[in-house]
Design a protein around this ligand. Structure first.
Ligand code: FE2
Ligand code: FE2
Length: 320
């Protein structure tokens, strides 16, 4: 009897049929190399963003204005660490190791969301980050719960639940400031002024300048285009800004009755590309901080590995 190797075309046909039926691709399924590469890139960038994103807020934990605020911020930053871990795990199912991904990040070879290269100089930044950055993250991530790659989509379900708490806590910080003194209102408005445009950039370049989007949509990884998601975000922000009493810093922002869409002013794509190319306000600081933390944590990883080995030997000894 001869055994035939599984035909790659069977795998391909199966993959195509699953995508066609809007089904889920799982780690052991055959998948095109491009699909695997795209997911490794996207999921690892997403994981890095969660981890680097802990820095601007982590720096405020010791300076939070009350014990309650400190507890909330601490929980939020811990959630982000958790998001990073689920996502690194999801990426590992595609054949890359955690060490490789970490190395790419600390060596400056991996990208992460450019929003985290902006500074957070005031307490109001905690409000603006939660409201705008986590708000944009939700718009981006809710459709990813239906991403065709199973481990990614499942990780996103829990992440999105936590993101909506993050967005509300940011909104509530801003609301409290806006109901405070004149100086507090100014601080809140200033933070919104600084984070608004970078948060619009989080959706990526405009559709006519987004070469990989079509393939990601054909593979059911991406469900909506960058501009569609940006539009959803703006239509979510406008009524919330009115409740807060803050002004969105775009004099050209208006609702077009004919198209039923918001028209915004021109986004500064030069700034976007500069930050993406590593020339944002804090790119070097963020990466250096991550690298130092990784190096300083080496003894923890070594101790954990030594303990695991000792435990394994003891169990083996008992079995013998
Ligand atoms: Fe997150
Ligand atoms: Fe978040």
């Amino acid at each position: 009897m001869t055994m035939t190797a599984p035909d790659v075309h069977d795998g391909e046909a199966m993959f195509d049929a699953l995508i066609e039926a809007d089904g889920r691709i799982e780690p052991r399924d055959w998948m095109p190399d491009g699909y695997r590469r795209t997911l490794i890139r996207q999921i690892s960038q997403h994981a890095h963003s969660e981890i680097i994103g802990m820095q601007p807020e982590g720096a405020w934990i010791t300076r939070a204005p009350s014990l309650a605020r400190k507890a909330i911020l601490l929980a939020k930053v811990q959630d982000e660490a958790g998001h990073g871990l689920y996502l690194y795990s999801a990426a590992q199912t595609l054949g890359i190791t955690r060490d490789e991904m970490t190395q790419q990040l600390v060596d400056g070879k991996a990208r992460y969301s450019s929003i985290f290269n902006y500074p957070a100089p005031t307490w109001a930044d905690m409000g603006a980050i939660g409201w705008l950055v986590d708000g944009a993250a939700i718009c981006n991530q809710v459709p990813l719960c239906r991403a065709s790659y199973g481990p990614y989509g499942r990780a996103m379900v829990r992440i999105c639940k936590e993101e909506s708490f993050h967005q509300r806590q940011g909104f509530e910080i801003l609301l409290t400031l806006m109901q405070g003194t004149e100086a507090q209102r100014e601080m809140a408005q200033d933070a919104v002024d600084r984070w608004y445009w970078p948060s619009l950039m989080m959706f990526g370049p405009p559709d006519d300048d987004s070469p990989n989007s079509a393939q990601s949509m054909a593979w059911n990884i991406k469900r909506f285009s960058n501009d569609e998601l940006r539009q959803r975000f703006v239509s979510m922000l406008v009524p919330q800004a009115a409740v807060l009493g803050v002004t969105l810093p775009d004099p050209e922002l208006r609702f077009d009755d004919e198209t039923g869409r918001y028209e915004t002013g021109e986004i500064d794509w030069t700034e976007f590309h500069e930050v993406l190319a590593g020339r944002g306000p804090l790119n070097t600081t963020r990466r250096r901080h991550r690298r130092d933390a990784h190096e300083e944590g080496a003894w923890v990883r070594e101790a954990a590995a030594a303990y695991a080995l000792k435990k394994q030997r003891r169990t083996a000894g008992e079995a013998a």
